[in-house]
Design a protein around this ligand. Structure first.
Ligand code: WT7
Length: 659
């Protein structure tokens, strides 16, 4: 095999799947992979219909697989009825796995708590009964703002059991972010905790909820359920707030799952786009459950005695698909981790893999890169200090994994035994799309390899033409798939415009730039829009800019990403100030003040790494900000480009100082 993409490929070896994996794999060898692809190509409805019947327990069987009448508002299994929570829990009680460990929770301080499927089922039922007793029912929306815990998973499952649509907001987001999501989704219930505990620190969650609900429109929330994680010392609104443990008390251990139509929304998860406010990505119960479960089986080659650890937070889609739903439907024993990879030291992940005998480990390149760095300066936290022999598969998600990090992960964590499975997908795709299969696909470091069976992708230019091998363009998915986004909550026009623009001829536009090489291998080159990826978290440039201009000293702002060894991209903010330009300490103080502002407006992950001040921004004569030039400055380079189209070239010099 060879490739022409020299610019991004520094590691030219291909890595064959280890024979002992191939021998027992669910998809064993490339012939098996191709057979599945052929089956799907020849009769997509029969393929998806077969999977849906084999993998889901239906209350009412479906008679139609895909309905394209209203494209791009596709529906799947539309006349079928099911309950997602029943498929994640009850099925395991009935197939002899009631006493199997479902979750192994490790707290920030290392304390471990385990629950079996039977215990988790009972817990979910008690919480569901509690939520029901408050009057909530199918179709109501609940915002969940909780730390990583058994409770957050149980709470999501309890909502699914009742047909209550949840929207999880990442605990690292500010009250303002929380507020806008509560209002947009129309939540009448919030489920939170007193605090979250990460890296030895107690961080308030109930406080920001109180703040969010005090804002305009926050009074649509009638009840706030609070999980007591750390002492319970929080402000209380008695007619509105109740403790989770009190709500659960006296509730029955059984709660009949509410059958819902396959298209009933399971959840809404907000994600950043190129323009405007974050979009509420709406997922459907049947299709989402199906593809998250099947991809867990195939992509992680799920085995009954696996110990699966996806290190994502449930505030992101990865945690929805591969902690709360798909992997639970697959019946895996899973690790749930409350803390951070660097506490008490940067050996924490490896120590936990060792301690719990993790077999399948799924994390983000940004974490790997930071742990590489840490192990270079402190050999005590190097993976070789730990017994990682339980591992058989390594996964990666969130951004391209650079070949250096890939090879380090493969060698030092996987002991050259474990394939590195680089999974490309998005909040909108619900589940994996382009990814290797561990017992089949030869790997090229840095490539997410081939589309899954049933998935068709292409790279198109702006005129909807395939660009050909080794050329960059828009990565699109040319046929619908079951776990695809159904709508942008409350904004169908935006859904159509963003994901199915007429130029793409009916294909789903991912927003990613990619190349496909002559072996059909896919290489992701980054976003085509102004979406930034900071530590694997997707942030909209415009979102941060709107927060910046809300600061009383800021007239205008432009945010760009600068490549960063550890976090993928670092945020650099160019700020046009009202009034005189500050210097020295005054500039430093203002920069700090702006960072604090962003922390409270958006959240700590959106804090600019660098702030540069000017009394204007570089603009063309038609008033367009020249972001291209800002990127050059952000990377610390001299602007050598032609600036003759600039209205105000002298402004560039002002930005030479970074604070
Ligand atoms: C964006 C989606 C997928 C769950 C976590 C992020 C980037 C994701 C990869 C990968 C290269 C990747 C893309 C994508 N991305 N996985 N394996 N290789 N890039 O979900 O927040 O919706 O972000 O993350 O740019 O569009 P998300």
């Amino acid at each position: 095999m060879s490739t022409t993409i020299d610019s991004i490929l520094v590691e030219k070896r291909t890595f064959q799947p280890p024979q002992q994996l191939v021998d027992h794999a669910r998809v064993s060898g490339m012939d098996a992979y191709r057979a599945l692809c052929d089956e799907a190509d020849q009769d997509p409805d029969a393929f998806w219909g077969r999977l849906a019947n084999e993998n889901i327990r239906w209350h009412k069987p479906f008679t139609k697989v895909l309905n394209s009448d209203n494209a791009p508002f596709y529906t799947w299994f539309e006349d079928g009825e099911l309950n997602v929570s029943e498929n994640c829990l009850d099925v395991h009680l009935e197939n002899g796995n009631a006493d199997k460990t479902a979750l192994i929770f490790e707290a920030d301080d290392g304390t471990v708590d385990k629950v079996t499927f039977r215990e988790l089922h009972a817990r979910v039922c008690r919480i569901a009964n509690g939520i029901k007793s408050l009057g909530y029912k199918k179709g109501d929306r609940a915002v969940i703002y909780m730390p990583m815990s058994i409770e957050v998973i149980a709470t999501m499952q309890a909502c699914a059991r009742l047909g209550v649509i949840h929207s999880v907001v990442f605990g690292g987001f500010s009250f303002r972010n929380l507020h806008s999501r509560i209002v947009d989704v129309g939540a009448s219930l919030v489920i939170t905790a007193d605090y979250q505990v990460r890296g030895g620190r107690k961080i308030p969650l109930k406080d920001p909820v109180d703040q969010a609900l005090a804002e305009e429109g926050g009074d649509i929330v009638k009840k706030v359920i609070v999980y007591e994680r750390a002492g319970g010392d929080v402000a209380w609104t008695p007619e509105r707030d109740l403790w989770l443990h009190e709500l659960e008390q006296g509730q029955a251990d059984q709660c009949d799952p509410v059958p819902v139509e396959a298209e009933h929304p399971l959840f809404i998860l907000y994600t950043s786009g190129s323009t405007g406010k974050p979009k509420g990505v709406q997922h459907a119960s049947g299709g989402f459950l199906l593809w998250t479960k099947v991809t867990t089986d195939w992509v992680f080659d799920a085995k009954p005695d696996d110990v699966f650890w996806c290190t994502a937070d449930v505030g992101w889609v990865t945690g929805h698909s591969y902690i709360t739903y798909g992997s639970m439907a697959a019946g895996l024993t899973q690790i749930v981790f409350e803390g951070v990879p660097t506490y008490p030291d940067a050996g924490r992940f490896w120590q936990m893999v060792d301690r719990h005998n993790v077999t399948v480990f799924y994390t983000a390149p940004t974490a790997i890169r930071s742990l590489i760095k840490a192990s270079e300066s402190d050999s005590n936290v190097h993976p070789k200090q730990y017994d990682l022999s339980s591992l058989r598969i390594l996964g990666s998600v969130g951004e391209p994994i650079n070949p250096e990090a890939w090879v380090w992960y493969y060698t030092n964590v996987g002991g050259e035994r474990c394939p590195v499975i680089d999974t490309w997908w998005q909040t909108e795709t619900g589940a994996h799309i382009v990814t290797p299969l561990p017992g089949a696909t030869p790997l090229k470091p840095g490539s997410c390899t081939l589309p899954l069976p049933g998935i068709n992708v292409a790279v198109l230019d702006e005129a909807c033409k395939e660009v050909g091998a080794g050329r960059g363009g828009n990565l699109v998915i040319t046929r619908p798939w079951p776990s695809m986004i159904r709508n942008v909550w409350g904004d169908p026009e935006r859904f159509k415009k963003t994901y199915f623009p007429p130029e793409m001829g009916g294909a789903y536009l991912s927003g990613d730039n990619a190349q496909i090489d002559e072996d059909g291998y896919c290489w992701i080159m980054g976003r085509t829009d102004d979406v930034l990826s900071v530590s694997g978290h997707r942030l909209g440039g415009t979102e941060i800019e709107s927060a910046l201009v809300a600061h009383d000293r800021i007239a205008e702002a432009a945010v760009v990403g600068r490549p960063d060894d550890t976090t993928g991209e670092a945020i650099v903010a160019f700020i046009m100030l009202k009034g005189a330009l500050p210097q020295g300490d005054e500039a430093r103080d203002l920069a700090k003040n702006i960072r604090d502002w962003i922390t409270s407006e958006v959240g700590p992950i959106a804090k600019p790494r660098e702030i540069r001040f000017g009394n204007n921004l570089p603009k063309t004569r038609s008033g367009k900000i020249m972001r291209r030039l800002l990127r050059v400055i952000a990377e610390g380079n001299e602007v050598t480009q032609d600036v003759s189209t600039l209205e105000n070239p002298d402004v560039l010099e002002q930005f030479s100082n970074a604070y």
